[in-house]
Write a protein that binds this ligand. Structure first.
Ligand code: OGA
Ligand code: NI
Length: 266
């Protein structure tokens, strides 16, 4: 069996140039730098059932009840499911750049899911089939303002990603993301030309626990603000997720039931 197991990796041969990745970062920064009234044109609608898309502040209170000021913009990338009312028109190039990024990432997700299958000595398509033709890519843009008390305020609480795979484009200068291993936190170094590939809960389930979705969090920084863009690749709504049959045997019993595709971020 090939061994290519990972929970998180820095991918560099993804076919996108460093200058293109910088453009994606730049439109993210420019959007968050807009005046509040402009950003609020894209606010989440509280009334709609799937009220997760759009711009908003996280009203998460940490254990010590300190409000974190993280701002986020969530949009669906797949062309058929886009809700353009949440796609910023400012900066002007935002939509074109995100469209290019979507096309490029849809190629990368196929390559990653195929490579994961091969690393387990399985048919090339077995993860892709569960991901489905309707596989969904949700983008979460994050803005973490400077924070005078990084010791008290967290940017994102510890969590695993509910997606199959997350592609994270980190800020090219400011660190903040940390992963947990053996009860310790390790920070992720910045490699500007890399995309961080994170295994999510759904890939853990499909692989019957061979791949693990790692616990991670974001800490704040007292000197500098930070941006990131997470793209969550989720299996299509009609798909059922479950351990791939060939990964269940006497030595490795089924660890997860088949579950309908759940829609949940982070
Ligand atoms: C997330 C996440 C990390 C970051 O959005 O799920 O883990 O660096 N983001 O912003
Ligand atoms: Ni995450």
């Amino acid at each position: 069996m090939l061994k290519w197991l990972f929970n998180v990796l820095q991918l560099i041969n993804h076919g996108m140039t460093p200058s293109f990745l910088d453009e994606v970062r730049e439109v993210t920064k420019q959007f968050f730098a807009l005046p509040m009234e402009e950003k609020q044109k894209y606010s989440r609608d509280a009334e709609s059932a799937d009220g997760i898309e759009g711009y908003g502040n996280d009203k998460i209170l940490s254990e010590k009840q300190i409000l974190n000021g993280t701002e986020r913009l969530h949009i669906t990338l797949n062309p058929e499911q886009r809700k353009l009312k949440f796609w910023p028109e400012n900066p002007k190039v935002f939509r074109d750049i995100l469209n290019d990024y979507t096309i490029k990432l849809s190629m990368v997700i196929e390559i990653i899911l195929t490579a994961i299958a091969r690393s387990l000595d399985l048919e090339d398509n077995c993860f892709l089939d569960q991901y489905g033709k309707e596989g969904k890519m949700n983008a979460g843009f994050n803005y973490y303002p400077k924070c005078p008390r990084p010791d008290l305020v967290i940017g994102i609480e510890e969590h695993t990603d509910a997606a199959a795979i997350t592609f994270l484009l980190q800020d090219n200068e400011v660190e903040g993301l940390q992963f947990q291993k053996d009860n310790q936190w390790f920070k992720v170094p910045i490699i500007p030309e890399a995309l961080l590939v994170i295994v999510g809960d759904q890939a853990e389930i499909m692989s019957n626990g061979i791949f693990k979705s790692p616990v991670h969090r974001v800490v704040t920084n007292s000197e500098r603000e930070r941006i990131s863009l997470a793209v969550f690749c989720l299996p299509g709504f009609n798909e059922e997720i479950g351990p791939i049959d060939r990964l269940v045997d006497e030595s490795r019993p089924r660890l997860y039931k088949k579950v309908p595709h759940i829609f949940k971020e982070t």
